[in-house]
Design a protein around this ligand. Structure first.
Ligand SMILES: O=C(O)CCC(=O)C(=O)O
Ligand SMILES: [Fe+2]
Length: 359
């Protein structure tokens, strides 16, 4: 049996949380994950989301396909995603529902929603969790300071930063811009940058967040449906069936919630280790692996079947699509050139999606 990941648990209500940056830094370098408890998102909203998610995934397939994926949003049926594009599998046996940025009115209409008649209250429930989580990130950053410390350490360590070159005018931006501003100042100062450095280069504009519902049916049931797919899917080196094949996430940071059913594993020191605290909010640091991978690998993780049906909810924070991710000038030189060329965040994400969906 796989050993368990031993990750720091960050208690947002603890008066001692400022003493945790070291363990978080260490966790992010060693594991790429940590847990968050007492996170200020009330459990009632979360359980409503799981309830509504269950209702959606229990709909007849055709009803779900009426909301089939467009523009990386909405319903993705079983086997249509391969999170590990190098695997020989015919796709991961999970179904998902993606909800894209709702605060940016220029793209919010790309989201599709089940009708009120079909699933009353579905949309407001999802939107309320989205807003709660959206608040959590900058407020959390601001209140606890620790996250900025580890971002600073990652910036310093990895020598990369997010930089937006095509700054958009202020018009389109978000409610909590003020929070971002203060948070960014906290990040900038220890790097000997001007307080408003990130703001000036436009790095705070239009970051995007996606809420994603996931459903992993019991595998034997999946195979019984007669999908026509091979039931021998490879899952990393284990030649097992994976609910989600090994992958690292695509954006900056992921928040993950489950209802307590295990299955998630992270790769550590070449061994798969179980997520041991399934009731806690699991945070994954992704920060665009491609550019950070010089020093910091965004950790591979996967979901293994446990014989139980599993639901999870992930919240992905992505940089704005125009944001160019490139080596921090002061951290590269002729003798130590950047390992990767600059890339627009949107291009990077599109390529990852293309590999995931094979189109
Ligand atoms: O369902 C889970 O626990 C993990 C999902 C995941 O890793 C992802 O969607 O990127
Ligand atoms: Fe993931």
């Amino acid at each position: 049996m796989a050993a368990t990941l031993s990750l720091p648990i960050i208690d947002l209500s603890s008066p001692h949380r400022l003493s945790t940056p070291n363990s978080i830094r260490q966790a992010c370098v060693e594991y790429g994950f940590f847990y968050l408890v007492n996170r200020g998102v009330d459990t009632e909203i979360v359980s409503k989301v799981f309830d509504q998610s269950g209702k959606f995934f229990s709909l007849p397939v055709q009803r779900k396909l009426d909301l089939a994926r467009k523009e990386y949003r909405s319903y993705t049926p079983l086997y249509s995603e391969t999170l590990d594009p190098t695997s020989l599998s015919n796709g991961d046996p999970k179904e998902t529902y993606y909800i894209g940025p709702i605060e940016d009115t220029s793209i919010a209409h790309l989201n599709q929603w089940p009708s009120e008649e079909l699933l009353p209250n579905w949309r407001p429930t999802m939107e309320s969790l989205y807003w709660k989580l959206m608040d959590l990130w900058p407020v959390y950053l601001l209140r606890t300071l620790f996250l900025h410390l580890f971002i600073v350490s990652l910036c310093a360590l990895c020598g990369y930063m997010l930089k937006e070159r095509m700054a958009e005018p202020e018009h389109s931006y978000r409610l909590m811009h003020g929070c971002w501003k203060k948070s960014a100042a906290l990040i900038a100062m220890p790097l000997n940058l001007e307080e408003d450095y990130f703001e000036k280069i436009g790095a705070l504009n239009k970051a995007a967040a996606f809420l994603r519902l996931l459903h992993y049916p019991v595998l034997s049931a999946v195979l019984l449906v007669g999908t026509g797919f091979s039931n021998r899917l490879s899952c990393g080196s284990d030649e097992q069936i994976c609910g989600a094949s090994p992958h690292s996430d695509y954006g900056m940071i992921t928040l993950l919630m489950t209802e307590g059913v295990p299955g998630l594993q992270g790769l550590n020191s070449e061994h798969w280790r179980n997520d041991g605290e399934v009731n806690k909010l699991f945070i994954q640091v992704s920060i665009i692996q491609r550019v950070f991978s010089s020093v910091f690998e965004s950790t591979l993780h996967r979901v293994m079947p446990t014989g139980k049906e599993r639901y999870s909810v992930a919240f992905f924070f992505d940089p704005a699509s125009d944001c160019v991710v490139e080596c921090f000038e002061s951290c590269c030189s002729e003798s130590s050139p950047p390992r990767f060329p600059p890339i627009r965040s949107g291009d990077y994400l599109n390529e990852r999606f293309r590999l995931t969906y094979g189109s």
